[in-house]
Design a protein. Structure first.
Length: 71
């Protein structure tokens, strides 16, 4: 899945950003990067549904398939 960040600048100059496709706490890694790029400071933040999701990697899938074959 592709990782994306949507940055929105309001008419009042407020800035909001939302990560897409970034699961778990990895989204938190984007906060300092965005603050630096936008010369801004985080005032509030919320977790998206992606935060609560876990990724199924190719290794996980291969492991599941291996378990099925060995059964």
């Amino acid at each position: 899945m592709t990782h994306r960040v949507t940055v929105t600048i309001g008419r009042d100059g407020s800035i909001s950003a939302e990560t897409h496709g970034v699961t778990g706490s990895k989204c938190l890694d984007y906060i300092p990067l965005l603050e630096d790029l936008l010369d801004a400071e985080t005032v509030t933040s919320e977790f998206t549904e992606d935060y609560r999701r876990t990724t199924t990697s190719a290794e996980d899938t291969a492991s599941q398939q291996q378990s099925q074959w060995n059964s």
